[in-house]
Design a protein around this ligand. Structure first.
Ligand SMILES: [Zn+2]
Length: 99
């Protein structure tokens, strides 16, 4: 059995990231990390993929906001446009699960 350190429970110490869609700072654990694989944005569901990442609330409205403001090419420092269909499919799947 593994003992967890105190830090796991220190809510104030939780790292925060800014959502690229609505620009609200949120606990990293509540945001979806996105990484770029070639021209495709993909959700990094296990936090295992390396490289530059962008954080997004797991919601379609934030995805659409990010697309409208061209936040993804900026976050990844590429000219764009980027394919977000994997992210969209993931988010659409999530909302179906919730219902
Ligand atoms: Zn957001």
């Amino acid at each position: 059995m593994r003992q967890h350190g105190k830090l796991e429970y220190g809510g104030h110490a939780a790292p925060q990231r800014t959502c690229v869609g609505c620009r609200v700072r949120t606990a990293k654990s509540e945001l979806l990390r996105l990484v770029l694989i070639e021209d495709h944005l993909v959700p990094d569901l296990r936090g295992r993929l390396s490289g530059r990442g962008a954080s997004l609330h797991p919601s379609l409205s934030c995805l659409e906001l990010a697309e409208r403001r061209r936040a993804f090419p900026r976050a990844f420092r590429v000219p764009g446009p980027l394919d977000v269909s994997h992210v969209r499919a993931h988010l659409e799947g999530e909302s179906r699960n919730v219902m």
